[in-house]
Design a protein around this ligand. Structure first.
Ligand SMILES: NC(=O)c1ccc[n+]([C@@H]2O[C@H](COP(=O)([O-])OP(=O)(O)OC[C@H]3O[C@@H](n4cnc5c(N)ncnc54)[C@H](O)[C@@H]3O)[C@@H](O)[C@H]2O)c1
Ligand SMILES: O=C(O)[C@H](O)COP(=O)(O)O
Length: 532
């Protein structure tokens, strides 16, 4: 039974879902903050469910020898070292929509809190001061709201802004004109947003492009009295520059939910006049936490139990419905890759995966990942569908995909062609109604070879008696042949043989076969398939 660790605070719903779906679960919500303890135990788990407190570092990943999936109950995955996870073949998934409304509402709440100084007025009133003349706010109606990053959360904030009778301008390089019209907002460049906005709200991920997007230079371009809200990520704002802007009066107020360093237990922003701070509470509502907990537990269980992949950052999606149908083709793709990977000794330069007929309509991204995993596994043992595409890219191998309509007798097949400096190799295969993979063409020669765990691939001359030679050598060494498939380009020409054996072909017997005048090469192969 797969085992999952929940190392941050998650709704109990998640624990129940894991259990209901056949996953053993340890709920240790404070463990995420205890790096050393987490390092000690992580090796025991197949899955790790987190929020933002647990830092999934390269070091943790190295210790996570059984880990297959990290599930982020929330949106931001900047606390996970994705390249390190991908290299180790660990899927990283998030729940991209579960807390969007809640976070958008927090941004709007921050806007009101800053516009009317509600937290300070509240503290003062609780202190019995009745400072009615101290707190003078501004109206939101008719003001310009500048939304930086108009994705899931930004567009909800934009809609709320429109509902509040604000004029909404947005900067997002991926915002289409049609979407802006649909939202009832104006699409502008960043400089224009800075120049026009009375309130600026940030909703981008933290990337190399967005880091420090609000800095001294940006603040200089803003209107005097601008109010800035950040419910996205610390690091988008240079806090020191914001403080300077607040002190100079250029910035009239700020609502900050996320900080450069978290947990933020001390900051020069604290206790500043009209700076409203919350401890990364954007996603903290009953509804959002229920959503993300349920989603992450379902997604992780579906992956660990059924092989379905949803909302993965580093792997193509495979729905729970398509997973069983795709499974035999994933195996086929893997064994095609594994064949070429085992017979190719020189560096691979180019890989082409062709999908013919029915296979062209399948999840070809997933099938390519499986092909690549099979292809490079002979060189890199610890590789899977997540890590293979990255490794192939790192090795500078050029990858291409071709899809075409049914062109032969099979409803569909996959053909893998690999180029090296010395040669071009190709192999095609399909899945029969027994859900098992078959090799149907090697080097352009048609055949029908069942794929077994232990096989022997031979290139020979098409001459009489060759089957007898192979049979007698195998018999002499007690090697039982389960299945023997042959193909040739023309009578008396080049032939290939695929032997399906009951056990591994001994390396020392290979020379005996290759010593025969009509046998060019004999290569023992292994495939990760179930025995018939
Ligand atoms: N405070 C919280 O608790 C909380 C909760 C949820 C999400 N978040 C954070 O909110 C942010 C937004 O989340 P989302 O779900 O809306 O993400 P999203 O991916 O749906 O939207 C992000 C948008 O930013 C845009 N973008 C990317 N680079 C940009 C750039 N250089 N300039 C302008 N726009 C750019 C993208 O095109 C996209 O439309 C993320 O950083 C996420 O981690 C915070
Ligand atoms: O990216 C997110 O989903 C938010 O930052 C929420 O983080 P949290 O789950 O730690 O509240």
């Amino acid at each position: 039974m797969p085992r999952v660790l929940v190392s941050d605070k998650l709704s109990p719903t998640a624990v129940q879902i894991f259990k209901d779906r056949g996953v053993e679960v340890d709920y240790l919500p404070d463990l995420g903050k205890d790096k050393e303890k987490l390092l000690e135990v992580i090796g025991q788990y197949d899955g790790l469910a987190i929020r933002s407190a647990t830092k999934v570092t390269e070091k943790l990943i190295a210790a996570a020898t059984n880990l297959k999936v990290v599930g982020r109950a929330g949106i931001g995955v900047d606390n996970v070292d994705i390249p390190a996870a991908s290299r180790r073949g660990i899927i990283v998934m998030n729940t991209p929509f579960g807390n969007s409304i809640t976070t958008a509402e927090h941004a709007v709440a921050m806007m009101f809190a800053v516009a009317r100084q509600i937290p300070e007025a509240n503290a003062s009133t609780h202190a019995g001061k009745w400072e009615k003349n101290r707190f003078m706010g501004v109206e939101i109606t008719g003001k310009t709201l500048g939304v930086i990053g108009c994705g899931n959360i930004g567009s909800i904030v934009a809609q709320r802004g429109v509902g509040l009778k604000m004029h909404v301008v947005a900067f997002d390089p991926f915002l289409s004109d049609d979407r802006a019209i649909e939202l009832g907002i104006e699409k502008v460049e960043l400089e224009e947003l800075f120049a026009r906005a009375d309130f600026i709200t940030l909703h981008t991920p933290l990337t190399d492009k967005t880091r420090n997007i609000i800095n001294k230079d940006a603040i200089t371009k803003m209107k005097k009295g601008v109010r800035i809200i950040n419910c996205a990520r610390g690091g988008l704002i240079v806090e020191a520059d914001l403080i300077e802007g607040l002190k100079s009066g250029k910035v009239a107020g700020a609502g900050i939910d996320v900080f450069e360093v978290e947990p933020a237990t001390e900051s020069p922003l604290f206790n500043m006049e009209n700076v409203v701070c919350t401890p990364h509470l954007g996603a903290s509502t009953d509804e959002a936490q229920e959503n993300v907990a349920l989603q992450v537990a379902e997604q992780m269980s579906d992956y660990l139990v059924k092989g379905a992949v949803t909302n993965a950052i580093n792997m193509p999606s495979i729905s729970a419905e398509e997973a069983p149908r795709l499974k035999p083709f994933v195996k086929l793709a893997e064994v095609l890759g594994a064949f070429v990977g085992q017979v190719t000794e020189e560096p691979i330069k180019e890989v082409e995966v062709l999908f013919d007929g029915a296979t062209a309509g399948m999840n070809t991204r997933a099938l390519i990942s499986a092909t690549l995993a099979g292809l490079i596994r002979p060189q890199v043992a610890d590789v899977n569908m997540v890590s293979a595409p990255i490794m192939v890219k790192e090795r500078g191998i050029v990858l291409s995909e071709v899809k075409r309509d049914k062109s032969g007798v099979f409803d569909g097949y996959i053909k893998l062609t690999v180029k090296t400096d010395k040669r071009v190799r190709s192999i095609a295969g399909t899945v029969f109604s027994d859900h098992k993979p078959r090799f149907i063409q090697i080097k352009g020669i048609n055949m029908d070879a069942e794929v077994g765990r232990h096989m022997l691939y031979m290139a020979n001359k098409d001459v009489p008696g060759i089957i007898g030679v192979i049979g007698s050598i195998c018999a002499k060494h007690g090697i039982n042949i389960a299945n023997f498939s042959l193909g040739r380009d023309n009578a008396g020409g080049n032939a290939i043989a695929m032997l399906y054996l009951d056990e591994a072909f001994p390396e020392e017997v290979r020379a005996e076969l290759e010593g025969h005048e009509f046998i060019g090469s004999a290569k023992p192969l292994q495939f990760d398939v179930e025995e018939v």
